[in-house]
Design a protein around this ligand. Structure first.
Ligand SMILES: Cc1ncc(C[n+]2csc(CCOP(=O)(O)OP(=O)(O)O)c2C)c(N)n1
Ligand SMILES: [Mg+2]
Length: 975
């Protein structure tokens, strides 16, 4: 495609089809989810003219050529159940409609009906919005605002950015074959971003928190290219795109990674679906902060840029109804609808923009479609018979994609060809002009209008989604643009680069000689150029460059009074309680702390009653942006379900993904808002790491702080629930995330110590960007008091401490317990002493992950410092002199304690854990089944000691008999 003018370089192509199969109703009716009906059946009657649409619920259906089909859906049946108070009047209206259809046809009828609806809405006659509108721009030309920018300069800047974005990817792949990167995504979305950069995105240089912008991950080259133009990055930086090792780790991340570029990126995206989900909850959290009067968030908008293919992810669309329910008009999604994903078309046989419109509208969003560029407005104005509109409606995305690569004549013959009235509309356009009819997503004017409408929408209560139609690979030349393989193209040869240069009208900036010796030149306009001055002035006016991650704490946090933890330290006496109950008390005390309390953000996904946390409802109140508009059924109870607009608890409902997104929003508030908040997200541990592991990595990337509380932990401790509830592996998964500090506390005072020191580490002077994962159990037992010795909290935090010395005995062993395994281990120790004269030292292993990380780091240090005095890993130092073999029991998989096995030299290390499929039964039965009950611990200990020769083998047999263990029972791992 050759563009004749600078603007033509950004003009989109359109496409048309001739004798082709008609679209199925799928492309027109909203998704079944939006209307709750089976759409696989056809509806309505066939059109009798080319300009007629089959009837569907929106009135904007597709043309049919098939004979009339049976009506199988009852759509407006409800109306027959309402009394008709004036049948004559009704008849008159219906007759009028029939007459219009007879005389002027269905198009006219549809027009009048739409006008009626518009009038009804103006007159506040509430009527459910139709979920779908015709395939044209939402904002009519006459409603477009004046464009305040300098069109020419913006286009020049955009061209420079396009150039550098492409160049850095191509260069990276030339220097390192296979290093990857994406050319065509940003090529399709340059105008989407630049409209934001020049007119809307608010920065933070003025001391505010600016807008929160979630960039489409693989559009990152474009964002770097702009930062380069602004002088924030150097050529050397661009040359280190995807080369993050060396230069003190100062490469440019492939995608937005705050962990790796902590001064630049704020919000990690690129795992498809997570950007939009976390953006949505960020917008919600901003409202939460505002309503609780902790932070004025009214000036910050949340922008999320996503791909149309990305909308297939359940995370992308799964929470959109929350945004309208919560009236998040501070939220704007911009979907880059280039109609393509990685392998090919997003909806070859349908229309992704229409589908998304229906989905978002059905969920109560303000939908702005930017489909056609300005040049189409004149054509639509000529479309008296609705034939053009009909053709737009009926052309499939697969066809549109094809037309991006065809010539003008093909477009004339096919898209405008079949109907003489249609052909007439474009009779005065040349083939070149036809080819250059733009798509809306490349038209800065249309985009400006859409963004302005979206930002002006504040106060309406509706979130906005902008559906912008673009061409994937736009301007990158015929071998890349619109091709199915475009997503993966990373290389351009000199010839292709020259085509790009020509398309961008950058001959003066990049002369042919710039390519001598296979050079690959970037281009940055000099600081005294009008382009540079314009670009920088725009950013200055909007509060400085974005993205920029700044940790500027405006309202420091004050850590809680240490006395808050005392209650858990003294233990529960004879009263049997669980660590979950202990934690709940602690949470309440933390929230009551006069200074610290307001920063506590309890997050729960509809499990508060399960965890006994419903006691907090009345006291802390559940956040409900609109307050409580009803009297709850339990209003007269002490623990009633109390909602308030300044409520503290985020009761998320049944969405672990949403809850994790809230956790991230709260746990990054120290950076995004300059107001440290402390999330405590309590959930079924089974539905944590395995369910939302991707989000937990995102939390780590975002440098989130806070506490993940995995309740109902343990494969045998949670009884009765069975396979899908019993977690025996979240600690394994937790071990994979470096920023995660994973703990498996056995006693309430351990929980207190971990939370206390965790708070100090994250929110005190150390200011570490880590988060904590604690398992919580629902088994009740008397909670002992903290051992009386200095530094016990630090011992708990290092992962292992001696809990009880071994009694006097000739034969001794070392037993390690974690979490709820403490009961069986303590019982086993008693049995071993009573029946076999074995005295056991008992240790609480609070964190094998921490021990292993220390051991690995020590091992590494020793390897690299061979001539220095070797260091000793903590776990080695602690256990090397402990008596006898080491038996480690856990309610998790054996691999959890095994993490440290190698670091306990010259000793037998026997892990006992719950490997296998969970199942439902009593705790006793489950522990026997998984071979982690006291009896099995006794047997395992005796067997290990017997191997060392300190007891006879017969003792093992004796114990097997004593406790009724079946030596032939099937291995629990395989049943
Ligand atoms: C969860 C997840 N799955 C797969 C990928 C790999 N991936 C990266 S981009 C992409 C295609 C994206 O298509 P679309 O959302 O339409 O974006 P476009 O590049 O077309 O703007 C895929 C599958 C990913 N990043 N994340
Ligand atoms: Mg796409």
């Amino acid at each position: 495609m050759v563009g004749g003018t600078p603007l033509a370089a950004e003009a989109a192509q359109l496409a048309v089809g001739g004798d082709r199969p008609r679209p199925t109703p799928w492309s027109w009716v909203p998704p079944a989810s939006a209307i709750g009906i089976d759409l696989s059946r056809t509806i309505g009657t066939s059109g009798d003219h080319g300009d007629e649409f089959a009837s569907d619920l929106t009135g904007f259906g597709t043309t049919r050529e098939e004979p009339c089909q049976t009506v199988t859906m009852i759509f407006d049946g409800f109306v027959n159940q309402l009394p008709d108070i004036d049948q004559t009047e009704t008849r008159e209206w219906l007759d009028s409609l029939d007459a219009v259809i007879d005389v002027h046809g269905k198009t006219r009828a549809r027009f009048l009906l739409t006008k009626l609806l518009e009038r009804a809405r103006e007159a506040q006659v509430s009527f459910p919005a139709s979920v779908s509108t015709p395939y044209i721009n939402t904002i009519p030309r006459e409603n477009e605002p004046w464009f305040p920018g300098d069109r020419y300069l913006e286009q020049r800047v955009r061209a420079f950015i396009r150039w550098n974005a492409a160049m850095m990817v191509v260069k990276a792949n030339k220097h390192a074959e296979g290093i990857g990167g994406h050319l065509s995504t940003f090529a399709s979305s340059a105008a989407l971003y630049e409209t934001g950069f020049n007119h809307f995105f608010r920065g933070k240089d003025d001391g505010t928190n600016g807008d929160h912008i979630y960039f489409q991950g693989h559009a990152a080259p474009g964002i770097y290219a702009r930062a380069f133009l602004e002088g924030r990055l150097t050529e050397d930086d661009l040359d280190h795109f995807r080369r993050e090792i060396g230069r003190d780790g100062k490469g440019l991340s492939s995608y937005p990674h705050p962990r790796l570029m902590p001064d630049f990126w704020e919000f990690p995206t690129v795992s498809m679906g997570l950007g939009s989900l976390t953006a949505l909850y960020q917008a919600r959290f901003n409202r939460y902060m505002h309503n609780r009067r902790i932070d004025d968030t009214s000036q910050s908008r949340v922008w999320a840029f996503l791909g149309d293919g990305e909308c297939d992810e359940p995370e992308t669309l799964g929470s959109i109804s929350l945004a309208s329910r919560e009236k998040l008009d501070n939220l704007i999604f911009v979907v880059n609808c280039n109609l393509q994903r990685l392998d090919g078309p997003v909806r070859g046989n349908g229309k992704i923009i229409q589908e998304l419109e229906a989905t978002f509208r059905g969920a109560g969003w303000n939908v702005i479609k930017v489909i056609w560029g300005s040049k189409w407005d004149d054509l639509l104005a000529k479309d008296k018979d609705g034939v053009l509109l009909n053709q737009m409606n009926n052309t499939l995305d697969g066809e549109f994609q094809r037309y991006t690569i065809e010539d003008g004549n093909f477009i004339r013959e096919n898209f405008f060809g079949p109907d003489p009235r249609l052909r007439q509309i474009v009779s005065d356009l040349s083939d070149d002009e036809l080819r250059n009819l733009p798509r809306g997503g490349h038209d800065y004017h249309k985009l400006y209008a859409a963004y302005k409408a979206a930002t002006d929408n504040l106060g309406s209560g509706a979130p906005t989604v902008i559906l912008a139609k673009t061409v994937k690979g736009w301007t990158l030349g015929p071998s890349v643009e619109g091709r199915n393989a475009t997503h993966g193209i990373k290389k351009l040869n000199t010839e292709q680069l020259m085509v790009l240069r020509d398309r961008l009208f950058m001959h003066d900036e990049i002369p042919d000689s710039a390519f001598d010796n296979d050079a690959m030149p970037y281009y940055r306009p000099p600081e005294d150029s009008v382009e540079y001055q314009y670009m920088m002035e725009r950013r200055r006016a909007l509060g400085g460059s974005v993205p920029k991650r700044i940790t500027r704490v405006r309202r420091p946090i004050q850590l809680p009074d240490p006395a808050v933890f005392d209650e858990l330290r003294v233990g529960s006496g004879k009263q049997a309680v669980s660590t979950t109950m202990g934690f709940t008390r602690l949470l309440r005390s933390l929230a009551r702390d006069p200074k610290f309390g307001e920063r506590v953000v309890p997050i729960i996904p509809d499990e508060a009653r399960t965890f006994g946390m419903d006691a907090l409802f009345r006291e802390l109140k559940i956040y409900a942006s609109q307050g409580q508009m009803y009297q709850p059924v339990d209003h007269d109870l002490l623990l009633s379900y109390a909602e308030a607009s300044d409520g503290q608890i985020l009761e998320e409902g049944i969405t672990e993904a949403g809850s994790l997104a809230s956790f991230i929003a709260a746990g990054t508030a120290y950076a995004t808002r300059g107001v440290p908040m402390v999330p405590f997200y309590t959930f079924y541990s089974m539905f944590g790491f395995q369910r939302v592991g991707d989000l937990i990595w995102q939390a780590a990337d975002a440098r989130t702080k806070g506490f993940l509380m995995g309740a109902t932990a343990g494969r045998t401790t949670l009884l009765g629930e069975g396979l899908q509830h019993q977690d025996g592996h979240s600690l394994v998964l937790a071990s994979t995330v470096p920023a995660c500090q994973a703990f498996d506390p056995a006693f309430a005072y351990e929980v207190a110590a971990i939370v206390n020191l965790g708070l100090q580490r994250m929110y005190g002077p150390a200011n570490d960007d880590v988060f904590y994962y604690l398992t919580l159990y629902n088994e009740n037992y008397p909670m002992p008091a903290t051992p009386e010795r200095d530094g016990i909290d630090a011992e708990i935090l290092r992962g292992l401490y001696r809990w009880q010395d071994a009694p006097e005995a000739k034969v001794r062993a070392t037993l390690l317990f974690s979490g709820s395994a403490q009961g069986a281990v303590r019982e086993a120790a008693d049995e071993l002493l009573t029946h076999y004269g074995v005295g056991c030292e008992l240790w609480s292993a609070t964190s094998y992950k921490t021990l292993r990380e220390d051991a690995l780091a020590t091992e590494r240090w020793n390897r690299l410092h061979a001539d220095s005095q070797p260091r000793i890993p903590i776990v080695t130092g602690l256990l090397q002199d402990s008596p006898g073999p080491v038996i480690a029991a856990t309610d998790f998989m054996k691999i959890v304690p095994e993490q440290v096995a190698r670091f306990i030299p010259n000793k037998q290390f026997v892990p006992l854990g719950t490997d296998g499929m969970g199942r439902s039964d009593t705790r006793e039965a489950l522990r026997r089944h998984f071979e982690v009950d006291a009896a099995h611990i006794v047997v395992a200990t005796l067997a290990a000691i017997a191997l060392e020769g300190s007891v006879e083998q017969s003792a093992v047999k004796d114990a097997i008999g004593r406790y009724g263990i079946d030596p032939e029972a099937v291995d629990p791992y395989i049943v």
